[in-house]
Design a binder for this molecule. Sequence first.
Ligand code: GNR
Ligand code: NI
Length: 186
Amino acid sequence: MSILRIHVLGSPVLRQVTKEIASVTDEHRQFIDDLFETMYAAHGIGLAAPQVGRTERIAVVDVDDQAFALVNPVIVSDDKTLAKGEEGCLSIPDVYGDVARPERVKVRALDRDGNPFEIEAEGLLARCIQHEIDHLDGRMFIDHLSVLRRKAALAKWATIKGKYPGYIRTLNADEVAEHHHRDEEL
Ligand code: GNR
Ligand code: NI
């Protein structure tokens, strides 16, 4: 397994629409494992392929002790009730904003073994899944902000992005060591 480099806002791959997977292969399974390892190293609750420079329709989430891969996920129904909640993104470090999204969604996808499944999610899990599916369609959470709030978020990002030359975020040794340390404690 490996910890992958994370692409940050400005990297064109984050704006690409990803390609459906015809069938889940061992290579896809390896990639899914790398996505999990990278997500945990970065202390995220979700991670999508474009965030590590890939264009397959694959994401992983881990919310409320529910960890799973989503291959070719589609929202089959969503709640008319919107809920507002604060979001962040590993591809826009240190920038946050409130996003209104359907409170509940039903999602159909393939799992790591290529088997179809459906999940009804609400709360943070529903929010996270929608955030990841957005990534698979080239969308980022800042796209959902009002013009004014998006301007403020981009102004903040302008002061931060210099830390990521070439729009690449390499998780530093301290972050990774901290992650392994925590694993050993568990
Ligand atoms: O770690 C993450 N936290 C988060 C918080 C609220 C809504 C969505 C997320 S997903 C994010 C990780 C990430 O960038 N996934 O694409
Ligand atoms: Ni994100």
